[in-house]
Design a protein around this ligand. Structure first.
Ligand code: NAD
Ligand code: ZN
Length: 253
């Protein structure tokens, strides 16, 4: 069954004029980063209402940074998994136009993708809340929290916190990508966090085929998505890419 769907996905990708991927936390689980809603995740320990609202980051940054420094450590030691590497290969081969990601771990960049829309920012960078200076997180010390800039302003990770709006440019660009693609790969997202969750619907209503890759069914399954390839992103994506590389001539006709 899955093998048939791998061939079907490879064929759909090869035949499409434009393919876009939408990725969520499940994409990075095999890199050791826990998703929001999974067991053993960081959010079992820290209530986002208490630690990750933008108001708390501004008024009590020392508290927020207890969570943020843990996330930062988890993210900086993570490496791209075979799923990320396969998406980078798809882009290099000319089959993938862009990635819209909800992840903040920067692993698509690390894997080598070029055209990435990061809806929620990138945790590998921090920005000073006073002067706006932006530096790599590895260049600041986390010994004393919250970390401060030379202007004495407090640094915050360059991500969108709860209570903050998605940057306008990311939103318009991803809307465009969703509207203009012929295939959308929806990988490792529970598709409940807006506005990313609406992208598959936008693509679908513009005529795109929606292929889900997830270890379980989501709210999109059987409704927005045309088919679900049930499995881990780090196992399914390399199989699709191999199929494309080995069989492109046969699958294109
Ligand atoms: P989510 O936690 O709500 O859902 C994760 C999804 O991934 C689930 O549907 C699950 O079944 C699936 N999944 C788990 N392991 C998988 C695997 N190996 N292969 C394929 N699928 C797998 O994540 P979400 O929908 O992305 O929404 C959560 C929000 O949390 C996002 O907005 C994101 O910004 C943030 N977040 C980001 C990271 C990160 O940067 N890596 C981690 C946690 C949360
Ligand atoms: Zn500063």
């Amino acid at each position: 069954m899955t093998e048939e769907l791998i061939i079907r996905a490879a064929r759909d990708i090869i035949r499409a004029k434009k393919v876009v991927a939408l990725t969520g936390a499940g994409m990075s689980v095999e890199s050791g980063i826990a998703p929001f809603r999974g067991e053993g995740g960081i959010w079992e320990k820290y209530d986002p209402e208490e630690y990750a609202y933008i108001d708390i980051v501004r008024t009590n940054p020392g508290k927020s940074w207890i969570l943020l420094s843990e996330m930062q450590k988890e993210i900086t030691k993570a490496q791209p998994n075979p799923g990320h590497i396969s998406l980078a290969e798809l882009e290099r081969l000319g089959y993938l136009s862009s990635i819209i990601t909800q992840n903040v771990d920067g692993l698509h960049h690390e894997a080598g993708n070029k055209n990435i829309i990061e809806f929620h920012g990138n945790h590998r960078w921090v920005v000073c809340m006073e002067c706006g200076k932006r530096v790599k997180c590895t260049e600041i010390s986390l010994e004393k929290l919250p970390p401060r800039c030379e202007c004495q302003g407090v640094f915050k990770p360059d991500v969108i916190f709860f209570g903050e709006a998605i940057p306008y440019e990311a939103l318009t660009k991803s809307n465009q990508e969703a509207r203009s693609c012929e295939v959308m790969l929806v990988i490792g997202t529970s598709a409940v966090v807006q506005p990313a969750a609406s992208m598959p619907g936008i693509a679908k209503s513009s005529g795109a085929t929606i292929i889900e890759i997830n270890i379980e069914e989501t709210e999109l399954t059987g409704y927005i998505s045309d088919y679900l390839i049930k499995g881990k992103a780090g196992e399914v994506l390399p199989k699709i890419v191999n199929k494309i590389k080995n069989d492109a001539a046969n699958l294109s006709v």
